[in-house]
Design a protein around this ligand. Sequence first.
Ligand code: PEP
Length: 252
Amino acid sequence: MANIRALVAGNWKMNGFNASLEMLDELASGLREGTASTCDVMICPPTTILAAAANQVPGSGILFGGQDCHEAEAGAHTGDISAAMLADAGANAVIVGHSERRADHGETSELVKTKAEAAHRAGLMAIVCVGETEAERRAGDAVKVVSGQLDESLPDKLTASDTVVAYEPVWAIGTGLTPTAEDVAEIHTAIRENLIARFGDDGAAVRILYGGSVKPANAVELMGVANVNGTLVGGASLKAEDFLGIITAYRP
Ligand code: PEP
């Protein structure tokens, strides 16, 4: 199996102002104290403070990402932001297809694919989110739904360094509920098989993150599951102490 460096990415969603950037100083000093080399660490702040965030902790190794991008490079799209603009503001990556975008803005997997392609054109890593609803899981359709989303959301060409897949069961996001380790293993193994079948060696090395109510208390168990190569963290990424507690799950 490929030796995959884990990624712990924090999604601040619509939380955070310039004043919240103090958190980054705490995060950077926590990383300096010993966890820096064990995994990659990323923060995806709101776009209004992305550039300030990217300039706040130079030399810390912290990566930055946007939370969404438009599929076009420029043009008459009021209120939207392009991948190139995110890159210009200091982003290394962008989340596409988060379930909140799929639900709140009716984003389809076809659209998500064009956003991931736009991210690649701008030199950004695309973090492509997939995940089933509670009803789909109850119906026993979780693997089928996630595989279908992957087939339609991923670009036809990708590499292990330009794409990350985040499995985020919709019912686990912000609810405090998490799937069992067995359920996570089942889905992540299915995702890995899907990636290898379509992208070969690159598919074997693409990072697959688990996301949904990850906290310091459950990070060690969830991150120890086969084919879990890191995590996408919402609520617990807002406080440096909690986020560092999750990062520490990767200490050798
Ligand atoms: C998310 O929205 O990506 C997420 C995982 O949120 P939370 O950690 O708060 O469940």
